[in-house]
Design a protein around this ligand. Sequence first.
Ligand code: SF4
Length: 420
Amino acid sequence: MPEADQREPVLPVVCPACSCLCDDIEIARDASGQPVFHHACQRGQSFFEQRQDVVPDAYFLGSREVTIEGAVEAAADLLKRAKMPLVTGLSGVAMERQQSAVELARHISGIVDIDGNPDRERQFAFQRTGGVTATLGEVRNRAELVLFWCFDPTASHQRLMERCHVEAKRLVVVGPHDWTSGRADSFIELDPRFCDHALATCHALAAQLNLDPETVLATTGVPIDQWQELVQLLCQQNSAACFMGNNGPDGYPGQACYDRLAEWVIQMNRHVRLFCLFPDPMGNRLAAEDVLTMNTGFPSAVDLSRQQPGFAFLEYATETLLLRQEVDAVVLFSGSAVEPLSETARRYFDQIPKVMLLTESEPEWFDQIALNEGDVRVQISNLVDGDWARMDNVLLPVQMNPKRNDEIEADFMSALLQQF
Ligand code: SF4
C-alpha cells in the first residue's frame, strides 16, 4: 500500500460494501493524488475505488437528456397512467431514500417491496417464532464461542472475524468446507441440503430427546456423536454467537432451515445465551424491513393500493408480480430489484414502463436493462448517502462523498411527490 500524503486530510468513512459496515475506514490521497485506503478489505477497497469519481447528476427520457422538470413531468405521467405500479429496489439505498420510496408508493396507490430477491425465509421464520440476536459489540466482548453455520465470512465479509475478535474465542464451523483454513477449533462437514435435519437434530439433543443414531446419520450425513459434542460444547459456554449463511447452493432447504434454526435457538437459550446474526452479502435490507414495518406494519411486499396496507407473504413480492404480469409500471430505486429476478420475470420487467433512480454505486447492472423510449432515468449521486443498518440492526451513517449536493435527490422526489 502506498504511503499517504500527510498533508492531505484523512476522511473517516463507513463502508457499505457488506453488512459489516466497518466504520473505521480512512481514505487519504498519496502525493500523486491517488486514494489510499486504510482498514478496508479487498472488497471494500474495490468498492471505494470504483466510486471515487463523482458522476454528474442527469435526467433522461429514453435515451434523450432532459431537464429535472421534464423528468418529473414524464415520470408523473407514466405513473398516473399505470393501473398497478410497483416501487422496489429499496435494499440498495439509504434509509432516507427508502422512506421516500414508501411515500411515493402510497401517493401512487402502488405496491412497495424490498427488492427482487424472493428469499424471505429468515423474515417469515422469525415473524412466527421470534429471534434472539445481539450487536457485533456483544459478540466481540461477550461471546466465548463463534459458530459459522453454512456461512463463509472470508468471501463476503472479509473483516468479520477480526471485528468479532475470533482469535480470542472458540471457533466452530459447520458447513461443506472449513473456510477458516484450519483456524477453527472444530469443524463438522455438513452438506447444506441437510441443514434443516441437522438443526432439528441439535434441537432434539438440546431438549434431551433420545435419537436413533442411524436415522441421524442418514438424514444429516454426520454421526450423532459430532452433534452431541457440538451441543455439549455450546451448553458449556455462557454466551455464543451463530452466524447463519443464506448463500447456499440449489436445493438448500431455506424455509425449513430457518424455521428449525429459530426453534433450536430458543431451546438453546434455556442453557446458554446463544444468539444469531444473518450477514447479508450486500444491501440495506434490514433497514428496508424496518422502514416498511414502521410505515405499513409489514416487513416486505406491501400492497398500498387500498386504504389498508395488504400483506400476503410472497403474493406482492417483486418476482411474483413480474412473473404473473400483475404490475404495469416499475419505480426502481436500485439494481437490487433486478439482479435476482428469474428469466421470465426479467423479460416482463424489460417490457413495461420504468422510472429508474440510478446511483453510481451500481454502475454494472444498468447496462443490462432494456431501455424503452418512455422510460425515465434519473442519475443522481447520493442515493447511498444516509443511514444503513448493519447486520445487527445498528444504524450507521454512510457518506460516500461529503462534497456532494444532498439537495438534488430530495428535489426530484419532492417534485415528483407533489404531482400526486
Ligand atoms: S468487511 Fe465489509 S464493510 Fe468491512 S471493509 Fe470489507 S467490505 Fe467493507
